[in-house]
Design a protein around this ligand. Structure first.
Ligand code: CS2
Ligand code: MN
Length: 355
């Protein structure tokens, strides 16, 4: 199992590669090209430059998060042909830079959604939080809130270009059902998985975050059954999953350890996101430190499943709290995620050595 750390690039991230290199046990950067518009091919030269920068810092770049999927693919429009072709090309280019895993998601319009980016915890730190009643009707209010609370960072999935088109996107999805979205995912996978097999890359779909319905949009990656359906759309180890523990836990029906174990045993997990959350009511929650004692997930149990099943894929801490007055992109500061890395490392070493 390889510990990794998400990084948005020199121009977009407050964290430096040098800082990441100094986190004990971490040798992998989960990287991205943040400035390429969704749907366009990632140029090989830019990928190689990014890799060069990361390797020069003494780190590796096996995982990319995310190569986002154009809305026309999710909507199944005729123009998807062009975007799928570009995606195939991007996969080939990433393989040339020895990338092994691509994390992506298939959520309509939004990427991850939270209703608060600075929820106060008792120790004075802040975390991301979700209140279900605020994602039923008016997305505009939420967007305003996110835009004014992002510490000046452009957050993944909340890029201004995307937000500018929100009204059009909502009308494009009017009448679209989960069955439509699933058909479009299947079509997409049928087109790209053969390319992945050819070049040795795994696609790892990230669950809907939160794994609940929002704004009446179809969502198809929220539960064990959903994941089962997705892996069987194209039955190949290249059609894999990102098990984002905190995202899946946000659906109160999900048994996260069971889901993790099931798909690890089927060899369909390429990437794991460790994150802890705490429910404040049936559907509302806030994020916490990664410790089991702070949230509703038992991190020991999750790590034990990975160790016991000889998981050889990649894992990273997910969102962290804002602590020690750090100014960073909400959820993606250095300090709390570095603490999380050491906690995960400690659990893994302890579990291995107690065998
Ligand atoms: C989120 C997402 O949970 C997470 O990791 O921060 O932005 C996630 O990276 C994407 O949904 C993956 O495509
Ligand atoms: Mn995640």
């Amino acid at each position: 199992m390889k510990l990794s750390f998400r990084w948005f690039g020199t121009n977009a991230d407050s964290v430096s590669l040098k800082q990441i290199r100094q986190i004990p046990g971490v040798h992998q950067v989960v990287a991205t090209l943040y400035d390429i518009p969704v749907g366009e091919t990632w140029p090989l030269s830019k990928i190689l430059n990014l890799k060069k920068e990361i390797t020069a810092a003494g780190l590796k770049m096996d995982v990319i998060e995310s190569v986002n999927v154009h809305e026309d693919i999710k909507l199944g429009l005729p123009s998807r042909a062009k975007y799928i072709k570009n995606y195939q090309e991007t996969i080939r280019n990433l393989a040339k830079a020895d990338v092994k895993v691509i994390c992506y998601n298939f959520m309509p319009i939004f990427d991850w959604t939270r209703t608060s980016l600075d929820y106060k915890l008792p120790d004075g730190s802040t975390a991301l939080a979700f209140q279900r009643e605020l994602v039923q009707e008016n997305p505009q209010e939420l967007i305003k809130k996110v835009e004014t609370n992002n510490n000046g960072f452009v957050m993944p999935g909340w890029e201004p270009e995307r937000l500018a088109k929100i009204k059009e996107l909502f009308s494009a999805y009017a009448g679209k059902t989960s069955a439509d979205l699933a058909d479009n995912l299947k079509y997409f996978l049928q087109q790209i998985i053969p390319v992945c097999e050819e070049v040795g890359i795994k696609m790892a779909i990230h669950p809907d975050d939160p794994a609940q319905d929002i704004f009446g949009l179809p969502r198809i990656c929220k539960s064990e059954n959903d994941l089962e359906r997705i892996v069987s759309m194209v039955d190949s180890p290249a059609n894999a999953l990102t098990i984002c523990c905190g995202s899946l836990a946000s659906n109160p029906q999900n048994n996260v350890p069971h889901i993790l174990e099931k798909f690890v045993r089927k060899n369909r997990v390429a990437f794991v996101h460790a994150r802890n959350i705490k429910f404040t009511s049936k559907y509302d929650f806030h994020e916490t430190s990664h410790l089991s004692e702070d949230g509703d997930l038992d991190m020991y149990k999750l790590m034990k499943i990975l160790v016991d099943n000889n998981f050889t894929g990649y894992i990273r801490p997910d969102h962290g709290r804002a602590i020690w007055d750090e100014k960073a992109m909400p959820g993606y500061g250095l300090f709390d995620r570095a603490l999380a890395e050491e906690y995960l490392y400690g659990l893994i070493e302890g579990i291995k050595k107690s065998k």
